[in-house]
Structure formats: structure tokens, C-alpha cells
Design a binder for this molecule. Sequence first.
Ligand code: ATP
Length: 488
Amino acid sequence: MRRAMQSPQTVVSVENVRIQFGAVKALDGVDLAIQSGEVLGLIGHNGAGKSTIVNVINGALAPHQGTVAYGASTKRTGIATARANGIRCAFQELSLCPNLTVAENTRLMHAALKGFGWRKRAGQLFRQAMDEIFPGNTVAADDLVGDLSIAERQMVEIAINFMTAGEKPRLVILDEPTSSLDSGLAEQLLAYVRHFVANGGSVILISHILSEILSTANRIVVMKDGKIAASKPASEFTVRSLVETMGSVVKEKSHRAENSDLNGAEIVISHAQKPSENIPFHARKGEIVGLAGLAGHGQTEMLLELFEQQSSNWWPARDNSIAFVAGDRSLNGTFALWSILRNLTISNLRALARFGTIDGLREEALGQDWKKRISIKTPDTDLSILSLSGGNQQKVLFARALSLNAPIVLMDDPMRGVDIGTKQEVYKILRDEAAKGCTFLWYSTEMDEICLCDRVYVFRDGAIVAELSGEQISEESILAASFSGGNP
Ligand SMILES: Nc1ncnc2c1ncn2[C@@H]1O[C@H](COP(=O)(O)OP(=O)(O)OP(=O)(O)O)[C@@H](O)[C@H]1O
């Protein structure tokens, strides 16, 4: 606490920074300074330039114009200089090596962990950081990262960046740190962030969940089209003013459909019960069914089982009976070497084929239609998928699934990193498609999204422990069932 009383110092500042990728001005004259002892909330639409400014600050990208200064030093930039000045970054796309253990990944990030016994020290430091940030977690230092769930990987990435092994972290940049965490884990992290800055550290917090920015940040910077649109104390913003400054239209908060009584509708998908379960799973035609509960309690596994059950492993299906939107986009969503357009249309080749070959004009038209419908921000869909910002890549996966017009769509926490304006558009598309008879099974770590569903199954320890519908669906009842099980 004593350190927080000291007068704040500038940890890093950037002046008039410009970065251009081909025709895209990713940063167009950005000025930003981060002081010790503050949480800076950084928000903006998908493709606004948030990850690009982060990469400039952490030394990965050299600005095409403008300057970066760490503390009083203006001479040197680059990753090594940034690290030496205590700059750390937990990336949106996660930077861990899946074929190494957690302790080995810790070593990669902290060069000071060397010599005899480094593995043991890395493990101890990791466990200490994990226990401080996420008390009660069960990740072990010798776990292979590839075996962890996406939520656990996100926790590991965050813990490794907050830990001290040699140089102390002064500024930790968290790019969408809660996108795979359930509300309990997110709350633990945000409490730790407040504690870290109260002791003199600084955090840049990037999130599309505006409530967590408003509750945690001291100052909020809103980016729009590569520029800073506003920078003010958090207390001077509301959700509405943030959305307006981002350039999105403020809409009524989405609600569950009125009169969505689907009891009589045909059951289109069900899941074999396990002996431990007493609540059978099914979904009806036109229903939006939420899969809730703490992250990693069997929701993704069930979606995968349902997908396998409905699709053939042996031969491509003749009809598009089921579609899947992956949440872990880099692992099982995007084809990194392909263009945006190919990534979007790959599931739909049968519909795009004429005389056994792909009709380029139809493929282009499909791409343009979805680019417009959910605002995929790119000058050209023939560019690499990796030229898109994280949220825009996720939109491509959405478009890939929805363009199939499949009667059943499975969604594995599909809104990771998608901005608030686009989310509202997608919610409307889901409602419209459900009204036409499409069934959605939707695993989400965001409570607001679960509350949009017609019916919700709550998962705990790999099994369904509660079924909620209509007015029963609320944050309180979902949390109660997540921890203790049973219907309200
Ligand atoms: N390597 C690259 N090649 C081409 N364009 C790029 C590259 N990296 C980023 N861009 C473009 O720069 C712009 C800013 O991207 P950036 O990733 O900084 O956005 P963001 O605000 O972090 O978005 P999100 O909320 O989706 O993460 C986008 O239009 C993106 O397509």
C-alpha cells in the first residue's frame, strides 16, 4: 500500500505512432501513456487497433512512424528492452507451446530460470502465482499444456505473466483475459488486478465485456479505426457512452423471445444419458438451448459428442444436417495458411460447386454477403485469415457455420473476442433463424448470453445437474446450480 502513495511514474508512453498493413491503417497517430498504479481499460470495435498498439508497447512491432519510450529511456525499443522494463503481455491468441509442460512454458517466458533445479523452481513459482490469482485451481506444473482446457490455458498464460522470476513485472497487458473464463474465475482475476495495481503495478485491460472494464479500470481509452476516440476517467463513462464512442449503435439489451413455449415442437437432437445423470438432454426444433456452468465442466465434450453422433466419420455428409462453431479458433477453427474467403466457404463447397468445380463467382458472392452482414473488417477477402484481428477471425467462423443453413448449429463459446455491436447483430440472426426452425445449442461463458436462451442445462463435473427454462433462467439460479447442483 505504501508504494501506491508514491507519485505515479510513466511506465511507457507512445507518441504519434503509425502502423500500416497494406491498405489498412492499423494505427493512425496514437498517443498513449501508462502510469504506475493504474488499470487502463482499452476498448474498441474489432479491428480498431488494440492488439496492434499492444504489440508496439511490448516491442514486437516497430512503429512505422512515431516513438515508444519506457520510463525515461527513449533510445531503445524491441522485445528485449520492453521485457527489461517489466512489460509483460498475456495474448488473446495465447502464446503457450502445447507440446511442453506448464513448467517448461514458464521457463520459455522467464530466461532467469536456468541452471540446476530450474524445473522445480519454475514449478514452484508457477504454483505460487496460480494460487494467488486463481485460488482453488487444479493445474499442475507438470501438466502438458496441450491437455489443458482453453480456460486453463488462459489461466496459465496470465499466471506466467504476473510471476516474478528475475525482473519484476511493472506493466501487465491482458488482451481479452476473461474470454474463456467463467464469471467466478473472471472475478478472481479482476480482484487480483486491483491488488496488483494497489501495490504499484500497472495493467492494460482489453475486453469487450464493458461491465468488467467499468468496474476495474481507473481510466478508459476508446479506440476507433486506428485512432484514440476518447480517454477519460472510468467514472465519466457509462455502458451507453462507451458503445456510442466506439461508433456502435446503442441497442436495447437483447432479451429472450417472448412466448417461446416450444414444448410441443419436435425433438431434433438428444444425448444418451450417463448412469450418473438423471436429467436427460434434448433440444426441440426452433429452440435456443444454453449450456451453462463453470468453464470446462463437460459442455464442449458434449457438443463434440453430439456433432460426431450426427455426422459421418467415413464419408462427407450429403446434406448439411449440423454445423459447429469452434471457440478455440487457433486450435480447431481457422486454417492459418488460407485466405479469409476460403476459410469462410470451406464447409459449403457442395452448394458452391457447379459441374464438380467451385463456382468462383458464387463463392465470392457468399463471402461478400457475410462480410456485410456481420461487418468482417477487411479490404479484401482474398487476404490471409491471419491478417484479420482476433474478433474478425471469430466472425469468419460464425459465417462459415451459419451460411450452411443447417437445421442444428452447435456453438462452443463462439463469441470470444467479438465486439458488442457485432454480438447484437449475431443475437438477432440467431433469433431470426430460430424463428424459422433452426435449433441452436450454445455453450457460453457469458451470463448475458445464457440468459438469452429458451432453456438452459447447467453442467457440473461432466454431468447435467439442472435444467432451467423461461423465467427460471437467471444468474443466481445458474450459479447456485453450478456450485451445488439441482433445479431451483
Ligand atoms: N499482420 C497483419 N496483416 C494485415 N493486416 C493486419 C495485420 N495485423 C492486423 N491487421 C489489421 O489491422 C487492423 C487492427 O487490428 P488489431 O488486431 O489491432 O485490432 P483489434 O482492435 O485488436 O481487434 P479485436 O477486437 O478483434 O482483437 C485490422 O484491420 C487488422 O485486420
